[in-house]
Design a binder for this molecule. Structure first.
Ligand code: SAM
Length: 246
């Protein structure tokens, strides 16, 4: 884990995403209170938490269980002048103790898979107020016949991955009404995630050149980037924006 986390040090994101997509998802939410209370689950270094504080005019509770991410978020929030509206909390998404129906919006980019998408949706539903919104991104298969090397990767990393329809069915089953959904552009994998990660891998591969354990971690990250270069038309990250109507 030590080498894994070192790869992400100083990176603007810990997963695919970008501010334009965060804004687009937020834009699908209508009749919000003037200063909504937002929960960001698995916020990482918090690019989207900061953007949400800016565009919503509200307050963001950003939670993650990796303190260095929260420290980076706080530093950046201060730099961007929104630190007075973002609170960070080092807690596992599996142990949240917020009262039911606390938040106007529950947000989570690339993190619900950690507890499993259906369980994650249930948690969001529990914590969001009635008529409130939930916006999440999730990895999806975009091709009906994904190539074998890609499926080998997903079977190891996330065997529960589904296509868009499979996720929409779960959203309906959990009782949400879908507001909007869209696939993130390839640039949101590259600009703030894989491109800076690739630069970091070059540095770390040199730093740990005699450390096989570290090198294995970096090789597997490189494999993931290579896979995206080859097969990015077969999978992606998808934003789902939904409302709790009942
Ligand atoms: C793929 S990253 C996404 C980070 C961020 N949302 C982004 O898009 O840049 C997943 C995040 O979930 C966090 N995480 C992992 N397990 C967690 C848990 N049990 N509770 C809370 N956060 C967790 C990781 O530390 C990491 O920041």
């Amino acid at each position: 884990m030590e080498y894994f986390y070192e790869m992400f040090e100083g990176l603007p994101r810990a997963g695919p995403g970008d501010n334009a997509s965060t804004r687009r998802a937020f834009g699908a939410m209508k009749n919000l209170p003037p200063r909504p209370l937002i929960l960001d689950i698995g916020c990482g270094p918090g690019m989207q938490s900061i953007e949400l504080a800016k565009i919503s005019g509200g307050r963001v509770m950003a939670i993650d269980n990796h303190q260095p991410f929260l420290d980076a978020l706080e530093t950046e929030a201060k730099k961007q002048g929104v630190d007075d509206r973002i609170e960070t909390k080092n807690v596992s998404m599996l142990d949240l103790e917020f009262k039911d129906e606390t938040f106007d919006i529950v947000w989570s980019e690339g993190a619900l898979y950690i507890m499993g998408f259906p369980r994650g949706l249930r948690l969001c539903r529990q914590l969001v107020k009635k008529s409130g919104y939930v916006a999440v991104t999730e990895a999806v298969l975009l091709s009906p016949h994904p190539p074998a090397p890609l499926m080998e990767f997903w079977e190891k990393e996330y065997p529960d991955i589904k296509d868009v329809q499979g996720n929409l069915a779960m959203i309906e089953q959990e009782g949400f009404s879908l507001q909007s959904h869209f696939t993130l552009p390839a640039a949101s994998w590259l600009d703030h995630f894989y491109t800076p990660l690739q630069r970091r891998l070059a540095v770390l591969t040199e730093k740990y050149r005699d450390n096989e354990e570290g090198l294995n971690v970096f090789r597997s990250a490189q494999k993931e980037i290579d896979l995206f270069e080859r097969y990015s038309d077969c999978y992606g990250y998808h934003f789902f924006i939904m409302r709790k109507d009942r």
